[in-house]
Design a protein around this ligand. Structure first.
Ligand code: GLU
Length: 473
């Protein structure tokens, strides 16, 4: 069987992590089986549609690197991939159903249907439209909704690839609307037609669709077509694994993660682990590792926890695997000196979990690398009197001048530390020299250690900053 999966979002504006995780699993499954993954835009509810959503969906998938083989912007054998551009097709299927006696013009006005619903509610019984189905129907001219006539009222049992055997009784079946009076099909109708036409073999989606599955199955029966396999994705829960994921826990639009400086690779890796695991303890997985390990039967039935701490960990791991040059490119890092920025990357790799953090560090504790500091007198002499401080700084000048071209902060430390270590306790110990050195170089309360600063700034710049501090003293 040639596996074909699809992601079928409605263009309603927001791309939440749950939707993207479904897309990711569908993509992984198709990749794993050498099949195709399709993007289809379900835009039949014109009222809910928001401007720019389609672009947003495409941008999100592109950023995440979830590549589709067919879709609205790239076409494919089943063009078009917008439901709103496929109305003729739904009409053809509707005519086929009418001809077979499985669809009819709804004779009731909306108010009449409402009244029937209210009556059922008052009598405390479920409202089923099919119980009011008329004996004879007018020809359907589009001014009335077109309704499905359930071919056989019965219990359905089906196998969900994740949840196993599922079953629902007759109450789950009803004469639902196929085509609305605005000429657009309903979701229930259009997605079945499209999944048939686009030869979709595996449908993955959220659990809100389980209760409607008998309706879909009866429609497949009326169309005399075998349904695809269904796989229900687990809901995404907050980090405690109990409550539904809230905005604070990470229920954000996926592109917000891009803007906060997460790597798409890390996002794919992390999202794949929400509700699924490879069967080992391994947490950092490449696409190839994910694809070969991906097994739909290992998707959880119960909700998967969205643990932002784990996301940070995985993101940091992927950031560290970048070359220093790529780190700058991917993080869109900018600074006045490219060579110093490059030299600062190891520090950023050590400390930042997102590129937003890295960018923040460049403007805070690492800002001294890119602009000349203006140290003040008082902090310089915080650890030792002015004369002693001056002497320490002068000693460092000589040691730095004698350094070979700098290659590593450790070399600087080896050259300077013995001097600091030799300062007796009564005279303030090593801090008496290292504190003013670091402050002279950074002009800041917080910064990397002086050896790292000297290594990144280079001998000349370091010497000039130290001389400036001596002048102040
Ligand atoms: N358009 C539906 C949604 O966005 C798709 C559900 C499905 O995958 O069948 O919820």
């Amino acid at each position: 069987m040639n596996v074909r999966t699809r992601f079928a979002p409605s263009p309603t504006g927001f791309m939440h992590v749950g939707g993207i995780r479904t897309a990711l699993f569908s993509w992984l499954y198709a990749r794993k089986h050498g099949g195709q993954f399709i993007l289809r835009i379900e835009d039949t509810d014109q009222e809910r549609e928001t401007e720019g959503s389609v672009g947003h969906i495409i941008e999100s998938l592109k950023w995440l690197g979830i590549e589709y083989d067919e879709g609205p912007d790239i076409g494919g054998a089943h063009d078009p991939y917008f439901q709103s551009a496929r109305l003729d097709l739904y009409k053809r299927y509707a005519d086929q159903l009418i001809a077979a006696g499985f669809a009819y013009a709804d004779p009731f006005t909306e108010e009449e249907v409402e009244a029937l619903r209210a009556q059922a509610e008052a009598e405390k019984r479920p409202f089923l439209y099919r119980e009011h189905r008329p004996e004879t129907f007018d020809e359907w001219d589009g001014t009335r909704p077109l309704r499905f006539r359930v071919p056989e009222v019965k219990r359905y049992t089906w196998t969900d690839l994740v949840r196993g055997e599922l079953t629902a009784g007759e109450e789950a079946l009803d004469d639902f609307i196929l085509i609305k009076t605005d000429g657009f099909p309903t979701y229930n109708f259009a997605h079945v037609v499209d999944d048939i036409e686009m030869e979709i073999t595996h449908v993955m989606r959220g659990e809100e669709f389980i209760s409607s599955t008998p309706k879909f199955l009866s429609l497949y029966e009326a169309l005399d077509t075998a349904p695809p396999a269904f796989a229900t994705m687990p809901v995404i829960l907050g980090p405690d694994g109990k409550k539904k994921l809230s905005k604070r826990d990470g229920a954000k639009d996926i592109l917000e993660y891009r803007d906060e400086g997460y790597l798409p690779q890390a996002m794919r890796n992390f999202l794949a682990l929400v509700g699924w695991n490879p069967g080992t303890e391994q947490e950092v997985l490449s696409d190839d590792e994910l694809t070969s390990a991906f097994d739909i039967t290992r998707v959880q039935k119960s909700g998967g926890a969205f643990d932002e701490q784990k996301l940070l960990f995985i993101n940091r791991e992927w950031m560290r695997r970048l070359s220093d040059e790529d780190f700058i490119l991917e993080g869109e890092l900018e600074a006045s000196s490219t060579s110093r920025l490059l030299a600062a990357v190891p520090l950023l790799k050590e400390r930042a979990s997102t590129f937003a953090e890295a960018r923040g560090m460049l403007t805070r504790e690492l800002a001294c690398l890119f602009s000349t500091p203006s140290p003040e007198r008082d902090p310089l002499i915080e650890k030792a009197p002015p004369e002693a401080t001056k002497a320490h700084l002068q000693a460092f000048l000589g040691l730095i001048e004698g350094l070979p071209p700098l290659t590593h902060a450790d070399m600087v430390k080896e050259a300077l530390m013995p001097y600091a270590d030799a300062i007796p306790k009564e005279a303030g110990g090593r801090g008496a020299a290292l504190w003013p050195l670091r402050y002279a170089l950074s002009g800041a309360e917080r910064s990397p250690d002086p050896f790292t600063l000297i290594h990144i700034l280079g001998a000349n710049e370091s010497l000039s900053r130290i001389k400036n501090a001596i002048d102040i003293l």
